[in-house]
Design a protein around this ligand. Structure first.
Ligand SMILES: CC(C)(COP(=O)(O)OP(=O)(O)OC[C@H]1O[C@@H](n2cnc3c(N)ncnc32)[C@H](O)[C@@H]1OP(=O)(O)O)[C@@H](O)C(=O)NCCC(=O)NCCS
Length: 254
């Protein structure tokens, strides 16, 4: 690759056009590092010029946005410091009231013109610190989905059919991942491509989900196995005597 070609390749991975790249990088350079409410306020106004947001987006300092023209944010979306959103065509859509905590990565990673690439997240979801979503095959997440820290959702697999060729040169498959409403994924869960997790499901910390999980399941382990059903009174009877916490901050968020 010649230098010019390399430059074109690089810029295509950064933005949807060169004029947009200039505006985006200028705004992010001037405002991206400003901490505190002042920074959040200025970005909330200025970044509306480079992404699609309803209301004022709440974006902390040092958030990296690539191809922000393909990012849609609902009302009161909160993006914590150090998050990285790469919306190379296919796009990222985040529903109202959803929070991305520190270091969360949403990366569509569509360098190969995959038809279903993209990441769509519903309303009032919460992504724990350092959660990472790769959206090549399309990732669809419903409303009220909560993740612990460092959850991996990877809608892609490498082809390894030919043992005499480097895996990296054999292409990828990408079928997509669906996570329905009201799912809680414990810390360190990994979800591989092609999986659907049914509504109301709980996946225990550290599980690797390689097959579909039916609605309202409790699933744990590697590979994840269903060990209970939330609709079974026996499976949840311990909560009848448990001390349950909500607190003032939770009330304020409502
Ligand atoms: C799955 C979980 C919700 C508990 O579900 P539960 O229905 O109450 O399960 P129990 O505690 O009754 O355990 C049932 C069995 O599953 C096992 N188990 C529980 N959690 C497990 C996990 N994460 N991985 C593997 N096995 C697990 C238990 O050891 C027990 O095994 P046994 O029957 O051989 O004794 C909980 O263990 C968990 O993983 N929570 C996630 C915590 C987290 O990540 N928090 C971050 C904040 S969002």
């Amino acid at each position: 690759m010649g230098l010019l070609q390399e430059l074109r390749y690089y810029l295509k991975g950064q933005s949807t056009s060169i004029p947009r790249y200039v505006v985006e990088q200028t705004l992010m350079t001037l405002l991206g590092g400003l901490p505190s409410l002042v920074g959040i306020g200025l970005r909330g106004i200025a970044y509306k010029a480079i992404l699609k947001a309803q209301g004022v987006p709440l974006i902390e300092h040092n958030v990296r946005l690539l191809s922000p023209a393909n990012i849609r944010l609902g009302e009161k979306v909160y993006i914590d410091a150090g998050c990285y959103l790469n919306a190379l065509p296919g796009g990222i859509s985040i529903g109202a009231g959803t929070s991305l905590m520190h270091g969360t990565i949403f990366h569509v990673f569509n360098y190969r013109d995959l038809p279903h690439a993209g990441i769509t997240v519903g309303k009032n979801c919460f992504f724990g610190e350092y959660t990472c979503i790769r959206g090549q095959g399309g990732v669809k997440i419903g409303d009220g989905v909560y993740t612990g820290t460092q959850v991996q959702i990877a809608a892609v697999n490498h082809v390894f059919a030919d043992p005499n060729q480097f895996i990296k040169d054999q292409g990828i498959t990408a079928d997509g991942i669906t996570i329905e409403d009201d799912v809680w994924l414990g810390s360190g869960v990994t979800i591989v491509d092609g999986v659907t997790i049914g509504k109301g499901t709980i996946v225990g910390a550290g599980a690797v989900v390689s097959k579909n999980i039916p609605p309202y399941s409790i699933a744990v382990g590697v590979p994840a196995r269903v060990i209970g059903d939330r609709r079974d009174p026996e499976a949840v009877k311990r909560f009848s005597n448990a001390q349950v916490f909500f607190g003032e901050l939770e009330e304020l968020r409502k």
